[in-house]
Design a binder for this molecule. Structure first.
Ligand SMILES: *Cc1c(COP(=O)(O)O)cnc(C)c1O
Length: 412
């Protein structure tokens, strides 16, 4: 009935020694990631739905996530850097891989070696890529990024228009034009319509070249935003792409950490660095083995006069008290029945109703930063991992494992 505060190794999918020695368990539900991808795909069809796997797949693990999505039928992946592209190529030998941060000087060979495609956002970068292709006879493709208001990467619309005539050349090498929305999670923001209009205008001059505009939230702005290819990241990993409304995605992440000690604190004593919280009653504390070095931001500390973050202890929400420190934090468990928790049991930091989005409010940030900050000290338990060798090189990544009974897999 209560959350598994003292799960067995089998519950958690780890061997018992790993479970015994770990301060915490991060569970990543790869089946939920696939369900989320399929739900987004069914929303964007007939447009293609890719997957953004930059930043270690938003902290969820680039290799297991890529292998899983490729085996589910995802054909196109976006990473930020060349190093991420190398990892993605090993995990998905047949996939199309775009590198969002583009081409750095003298890196053409590195792209060619793994057949990754740079997303080019500047005329000098394009000139370097063209020169590389010419001198090496490389026929690999690239994407052109067009700035429609983000002013981060991308050619300005007039620069892009100037390049449009080259699509009449047989080996023009432009496989995609893309732009990026600045305010997609804010449905009413007029910026969305302005960017759509500006992008359509330019993209129409690249006729026959697929166009891509939307991230996760952009998918929910409606089909006229979808164009040829959607690029969701956050929503795959369970973050809410529609803030202010119910989350249509399945949760992906669970984080449980171990109680290192249970202690009693007399009334009027203080807890933690800075002595910023004091006991208003005789208090029982669970000191748990996680802190800001594990991605649990210090901003979530239980300082008097603020609403602190909560964790779930034996099925019950309990507040953090005092400063979150590097490796430890204190939970007030006075209201949890005596005997329901012991040293060594697990408490839930994420899961059992607590989402990364909820935590982000206490952390003073967004769910994206919660995920990309997830630590590396706890054991990782991947649910639904694709079996086989680490590289999966012998198995074509494009062969879907979908059951014929569920051809669209869109039931999620
Ligand atoms: C990160 C990123 C995405 C994915 O955005 P989400 O909001 O995580 O869905 C898509 N396109 C570009 C250019 C990005 O940088």
């Amino acid at each position: 009935m209560t959350s598994a505060s003292h799960p067995t190794a089998a519950d958690i999918g780890l061997d018992s020694h790993t479970l015994q020695v770990t301060p915490g368990v991060l569970t990543i539900d790869l089946d939920a990631i696939v369900a989320n991808w399929k739900a987004l795909e069914s929303r964007t069809v007939p447009a293609e739905c890719s997957a953004v796997i930059k930043a270690d797949a938003y902290g969820c693990g680039l290799t297991p996530v890529t292998r899983k999505l490729a085996s589910a039928g995802c054909k196109t992946f976006f990473v930020a850097t060349l190093a991420e592209a190398k990892q993605a190529r090993e995990a998905a030998p047949k996939a199309v891989i775009y590198v969002l941060n583009g081409l750095f000087a003298n890196c053409g060979d590195d792209f060619a070696k793994i057949d990754a495609r740079p997303v080019i956002g500047d005329l000098n970068e394009l000139a370097e890529w063209d020169a590389f292709r010419r001198t090496r006879g490389w026929r690999g493709q690239a994407a052109l990024q067009i700035n429609t208001g983000m002013n981060r990467l991308g050619l300005n619309p007039d620069e892009a228009r100037g390049l449009a005539p080259r699509i009449r050349e047989p080996d023009h090498g432009i496989a995609l034009v893309l732009s990026h929305l600045a305010c997609a999670e804010d449905v009413a923001n007029p910026m969305n319509g302005r960017q759509l209009a500006a992008f359509r205008d330019v993209a129409s001059e690249f006729s026959g070249v697929p166009a891509s505009l939307v991230n996760s939230s952009g998918i929910f702005l409606g089909p006229h935003f979808h164009m040829d290819l959607a690029r969701p990241g956050a929503a795959l990993y369970g973050l809410n792409p529609t803030p202010g409304s119910d989350n249509p995605m399945q949760p992906v992440i669970g984080l449980k950490v171990r109680i290192a000690q249970i202690r009693s604190v007399p009334k009027d004593e203080t807890v933690g660095y800075g002595a910023l919280w004091h006991a208003k009653r005789p208090t029982r504390l669970a000191i748990v083995s996680a802190g800001y070095a594990d991605g649990y931001f210090r901003a979530a500390s239980g300082i008097e006069g603020t609403r602190s973050a909560q964790v779930v202890v034996a099925g019950q929400r309990c507040p953090i008290v005092g400063r979150v420190s590097m490796d430890l934090m204190a939970i007030d468990i006075t209201d949890v029945p005596h005997g329901a928790v012991r040293r060594g049991h697990f408490v839930t930091l994420i899961g059992d109703g607590i989402t990364a989005d909820e935590l982000s409010h206490h952390f003073g940030t967004i769910g994206y930063e919660v995920l990309t900050s997830l630590g590396h000290r706890y054991a990782r338990d991947y649910r639904g991992a694709v079996p086989g060798s680490k590289t999966a090189a012998e198995k074509p990544a494009t062969e879907p494992e979908k059951s014929p009974a569920d051809p669209e897999g869109a039931s999620a």
